[in-house]
Design a protein around this ligand. Structure first.
Ligand code: DGL
Length: 271
């Protein structure tokens, strides 16, 4: 034992979607204590007004920090990043915060057809942050590529409830609508952290080769860069993770079993 305090990383999402980022963080930061907070009581976020979400996320993070010291916060939620990351950084200048955004730039670099699809929540796609990202990526891209968006309404909620059959049907409906608009789409950005949990359903819905772009590993690399002591080689045993939910503990418990094959003891936010 080194005797030094274990690095604590907070991982936040509206619900269970952040587990797709948690997986990548666990692999990249084996020496860190991961503490997950799911706002299941308010999920899904994606069809709520930005102002209300900003107030909600900033209040939750404030209360979280009051009961648990965090060395880094990962907003494992595109929607929370889009509406609240600036306010959070302003309120917590001492806390490094890593957000997640639809990976439009890597998708434009990967596409061969020049046609990129983005599925995300309505709140993410409507945000000024996403619009600015989209314009910046297209301004720098050669060859006249295009980016086609689809708000995948209902999908985060279906995944939240563990309804895989409905999730499959919604992936099919949303991807077919995008392909009807732009049949040459060969690269699809998964712009909501819930969506990589049903990766196979996207692939099945595409009916042709399509590359799925999920920035979880890039987020984990960024976190590791900010916390070099928590990466591979720290030599410590894995600290067991903490799980908190604002809603009924069973939905997060079921999700860790379903998506991570991991049992979890779920607490309330302030316990
Ligand atoms: N997983 C979140 C995201 O990345 C939010 C989905 C939702 O709650 O609607 O956008």
């Amino acid at each position: 034992m080194s005797g030094s305090p274990v690095t604590a990383v907070g991982v936040f999402d509206s619900g269970v979607g952040g587990l797709s980022v948690w997986r990548a963080l666990r692999a990249a930061l084996p020496g860190a204590h991961l503490s997950y907070l799911a706002d299941n009581a308010w999920a899904p976020y994606g069809e709520r007004p930005a102002e209300a979400l900003r107030g909600r996320v900033t209040a939750l993070v404030r209360d979280w920090r009051a009961c648990e010291p965090l060395d880094l916060l990962v907003l494992a939620c595109n929607t929370a990043t889009a509406v609240a990351i600036d306010a959070l950084r302003q309120e917590h200048p001492d806390l490094p915060i890593v957000g997640i955004e639809p990976a439009v730039r890597p998708a434009l670099a990967a596409t061969r057809s020049g046609r990129v699809g983005v599925v995300a929540t309505r709140a993410t796609l409507n945000s000024a942050r996403y619009q600015a990202l989209r314009s910046a990526c297209l301004a720098g891209a050669a060859g006249g590529p295009s980016v086609h968006e689809r708000a995948a309404d209902g999908l985060a909620d279906a995944i939240e409830r563990g309804d895989e059959a409905l999730a499959r049907a919604l992936c099919h409906r949303h991807l077919r609508a995008l392909l009807d608009e732009a049949p040459a789409i060969d690269t699809l950005v998964l712009g909501c952290t819930h969506y990589p949990l049903v990766r196979e359903a996207w692939l099945a819905a595409s009916e042709g080769p399509i590359a799925l772009i999920d920035p979880a590993e890039a987020v984990a690399r960024r976190a590791r860069h900010l916390l070099p002591g928590a990466g591979p080689g720290s030599g410590e045993a894995l600290p067991s993770p903490t799980w908190r939910s604002t809603g009924h503990p069973e939905s997060l418990r079921r999700a860790t079993r379903q998506w991570l094959n991991l049992p979890a003891e779920v607490r309330s936010p302030q316990s």
